[in-house]
Design a protein. Structure first.
Length: 379
């Protein structure tokens, strides 16, 4: 049995898919926003005996799309007012289709040089938008959680020269992470993953304006027992999950600079404001950070999961993730390029950045600014 179809069959399958997807895309408003959560009905709708020999493609496509329509929260629905899951713009949808078809492997530069250079371009563009200088660095990630995890790993490798080799067993003091009580819980998850434990994530109370209270933060820093603990990083949130609040980034930057602490800004949601001349002042101070998390799959309306990690320290990603092995290509030794697998948590890497690149080619920075301003006005 072959896994492929002939040209005629492929066109027929694509026509079925496109017709189905276009029907959904153009009439999403006609569906219920959220499904009935009948777990037995959902499980009984899945096909099992058909997995043995397979079924006709049109039946399989109908089954999957029917299941998604019946048993999903329809985030593209105009009456969906949940958290940060937009209707995907059409450029992003096409980008995912192109990526799936060409299937470039971004682990090594020489295997997908166009794709890697596209992502490098977009990283530089966003670094510039956020106010970093030309030496900034960054990488696409699968989501804000991976970007925040990357930030914590970078902070550890920056503070502890031998962390990549010795890990937490080489630390003489317990590293402490400070963030707002309203910060995203991927921070606690990151602490669990890197091995320092979430007890070392200290949640600072918020002010009446729902921002991290910088006076209490400074007090907690002063009270820290320096014989046991060492401050690792302070995380400011630009767009909290509950209310969209932006912490006082300038003040946090000053505290970090005075105490020589890594300053990370989780701008997964609110970072989109940087694309608007009318709103970017809300993020003053973010340009002084050591690193930034930004989710393009939120305000830029591209498909999940498309996030960016940026850092003003151009050596830290390599210091954190660099590794060598004989079976990987060696072209990087002769060229002034960075191998992606030495620059990221990921090894095998999907062409995530195309969703942003193609969207910008379709709509431009100006199109995004107009859309964001319109949405802010409605808000």
């Amino acid at each position: 049995m072959q896994f492929d179809f002939d040209n005629k069959q492929r066109k027929e399958i694509l026509e079925i898919v496109f017709e189905k997807l276009e029907s959904y895309y153009s009439s999403t408003k006609d569906f219920r926003t959220n499904p009935d959560l009948n777990i037995n009905e959902i499980r009984e709708s899945l096909l099992t005996t058909e997995l043995v020999n397979g079924i006709k493609p049109d039946k399989a496509i109908q089954h999957v799309t029917n299941g998604l329509e019946a048993f999903s929260v329809h985030t593209p629905h105009p009456k969906y007012f949940g958290l940060f899951n937009p209707r995907s713009n059409y450029a992003g949808i096409i980008a995912d289709l192109i990526t799936a078809t060409y299937n470039p492997q971004l682990a090594a530069w020489s295997h997908a040089p166009f794709a890697v250079e596209v992502e490098e371009l977009i990283i530089r563009e966003f670094a510039n938008k956020f106010g970093y200088d030309k030496n900034a660095d960054g990488v696409f990630t699968t989501g804000g959680a991976e970007a925040n995890l990357t930030a914590m790993l970078c902070a550890l490798n920056h503070k502890y020269q031998n962390f990549a080799k010795d890990g937490v067993f080489g630390l003489d003091k317990k590293p402490v992470v400070f963030c707002s009580a309203e910060a995203h819980h991927s921070i606690q998850k990151a602490a669990k993953v890197v091995g320092i434990g979430y007890n070392l994530v200290k949640s600072i109370p918020i002010t009446d304006e729902l921002k991290l209270d910088t006076e209490i933060l400074q007090q907690k820093l002063n009270e820290l027992d320096s014989s046991i603990y060492a401050p690792l990083m302070i995380i400011g949130t630009a767009g909290t999950t509950g209310t969209g609040t932006i912490d006082e980034l300038n003040q946090l930057s000053s505290i970090c600079k005075k105490n020589n602490i890594w300053f990370h800004v989780d701008a997964a949601y609110g970072g989109g404001a940087i694309l608007s001349q009318d709103l970017k002042h809300q993020l003053i101070g973010i340009e002084k950070s050591d690193s930034i998390t930004f989710d393009a799959h939120k305000w830029m309306s591209v498909p999940m999961g498309t996030s960016i990690f940026l850092t003003s320290r151009n050596d830290i990603l390599g210091k954190t993730f660099r590794i060598t092995t004989e079976y990987m290509p060696k072209e990087a030794d002769k060229l002034t390029i960075t191998e992606p697998f030495t620059h990221s948590i990921q090894w095998s890497r999907r062409f995530i950045g195309l969703k942003v690149y193609l969207s910008l080619l379709f709509y431009g920075w100006q199109g995004y600014e107009q859309t964001i301003n319109h949405q802010a006005k409605m808000g």
